[in-house]
Design a protein around this ligand. Structure first.
Ligand code: GLN
Length: 490
């Protein structure tokens, strides 16, 4: 196996043993990028030179023997993490030439741990979308089937990891943007508890829903990445003062006695038959490993998607107001006065961002505020209470991550609601703030990956990582790589 296809923990062993250097691993990743990036389009920017300097530093750290598990590992970041001196666009024309003067907290922590930043990955503009088709620069293709989307909005990060163009990546998840693309690309994605990982320096879509988390090849790697980025940050006012446990130590392989809830409302009609079968198959496997699976109910989740899109639009309309041509990025050149300059500048936003601003402004208007926004907040509280009640009966819950496997380009762009429905199983965890993990659990007849979602109690990442890892170890999924991999390797 090539170095660029290995997991963090496999590379950790080789790097520590001196069997490979960080620079060699980086070379393998960059060679792969040269080979497939033209077809995949995972990246918006590559940082070759800086990466070699970082890899050299990592090799020095490794030679001193005091290296963290991420030392020397080539990673990529979604392009809504600010990176000092490296262009950060959010896939928007408005930030096309924006070079931030500082690193996002999560990026800084990875750097400190010795990780090597390969590049910044594609996304739906400002994280708004489920297919990466809303990037204003280019589309990203799913490595498993180039005619299909990689999911979104962290589609570039997911495709990069799946195609061997990075060993691991960070994404952001406001309604499913880590988990849905991870499921579509056959990798692991974790949205932690709200407040566990600092969002300082992440360009906000919706503050009450945005989360930062890892996208990796397996569950152990997700634990290692989370370890590096979790923990209190005084620069993020929503950051939780919470002890961070040792996540890798939780991966015992033992799930005996765990009660696994299967919410009946998340196994409904929207679900593709093959996905449903894969989830039931996973439930059976967990039982055979000594867990007890019980049906539970989340009566208000049927309103989750509606509440979610009201809240996200309201917050987006407020957050995107700062892109006005004055403070950051692009400014329309030919405008007679300030107001027409604002207007012309903001015309450069893409269609989905404009749609969210219009919807959000509408929901927040006097007269509509109570009927939409306030009601959505009440529904959010009810959903949170549903989870609290259900978690009195079970330790974790499982569900599909997405209603279907990856869809084709253009399939959902004409009808925004059908695109929005991609988040039907994921956005509930953002509304409730609870941790949720997706792990591959099978393939469709057509050979596309399917994701299984584990949801846990607040700050119990260790439990979902433990069960996700045990599942992964025993699932016995045939080891498959994206078809293009096979082609590329002859
Ligand atoms: N797909 C959802 C949206 O379009 C959520 C995006 C996200 O999680 N960033 O808003």
């Amino acid at each position: 196996m090539q170095f660029n296809e290995m997991t963090i923990h496999e590379l950790r062993r080789l790097l520590r043993a001196g069997e490979v250097s960080s620079q060699e691993v980086l070379e393998a990743v960059l060679a792969r990028i040269d080979e497939v990036e033209g077809e995949i389009g995972a990246y918006l920017a590559l940082c070759r030179e800086e990466a070699f300097a970082q890899a050299q530093r990592a090799d020095e750290m490794l030679s001193k023997g005091d290296a963290s598990p991420l030392c020397g590992i080539p990673i990529s970041l979604k392009d809504n993490f600010t990176t000092a001196g490296v262009r950060t666009t959010c896939a928007s024309r408005l930030l096309e030439n924006y070079i931030p003067p500082f690193d996002a907290a999560a990026a800084a922590r990875l750097k400190e741990a010795g990780a090597v930043l390969v590049g910044k990955t594609n996304l739906d503009e400002f994280g708004l979308g489920s297919s990466t088709e809303n990037s204003q620069f280019h589309c990203t293709r799913n490595p498993w089937d180039l005619s299909r989307v990689p999911g979104g909005s962290s589609g570039g990060s997911a495709a990069a990891v799946a195609a061997g163009e990075a060993v691991a990546a960070l994404g952001t998840d406001t309604g499913g943007s880590i988990r849905q693309p991870a499921a579509f690309c056959g990798i692991v994605g974790l949205k932690p508890t709200y407040g566990l990982v600092s969002r300082y320096g992440v360009v906000a879509a919706a503050d009450s829903l945005d989360h930062v988390g890892p996208m990796t090849r397996d569950v152990r790697d997700a634990a290692l990445m989370l370890q590096a980025i979790a923990g209190w940050d005084p620069k993020d006012p929503t950051s939780a003062r919470q002890d961070v446990p040792h996540y890798e130590a939780a991966l015992t392989g033992n799930v005996k006695g765990l009660v696994v809830g299967l919410p009946r409302e998340l196994m409904g009609d929207a679900l593709d038959a093959e996905v449903k079968e894969a989830v039931f198959g996973a439930a059976n496997l967990l039982e055979s490993l000594g867990a007890r699976v019980e049906e539970v109910s989340l009566p208000n989740v049927e309103y989750a998607m509606s509440a979610f899109y009201i809240i996200i639009s309201a917050e987006v309309s407020s957050n995107l107001a700062r892109f006005d041509g004055v403070r950051y990025g692009y400014r329309a050149a030919e405008a007679e006065d300030t107001v027409s300059m604002f207007i012309k500048t903001r015309e450069a936003l893409g269609q989905e961002a404009k749609r969210r601003i219009l919807m959000g402004t509408y929901f927040l208007q006097a007269g509509n505020y109570d009927a939409y926004y306030l009601k959505a907040l009440k529904v959010r509280t009810l959903i949170k209470e549903d989870f609290e009640k259900a978690f009195q009966r079970c330790h974790v819950m499982i569900s599909p991550t997405t209603p279907t496997a990856a869809f084709s380009f253009g399939h959902k762009t004409a009808t925004p609601i059908s695109m929005y429905k991609s988040d039907i199983y994921t956005c509930t965890a953002n509304l409730a703030g609870i941790p949720a993990l997706t792990v591959p659990c099978g393939y469709t007849q057509g050979g596309l990956p399917i994701g299984l979602q584990f949801m846990g109690k607040p700050f119990e990442e260790s439990t979902i990582l433990r069960i996700g890892h045990a599942y992964e170890q025993h699932a016995g999924l045939p080891v498959r790589r994206p078809e293009m991999e096979v082609k590329a390797n002859g």
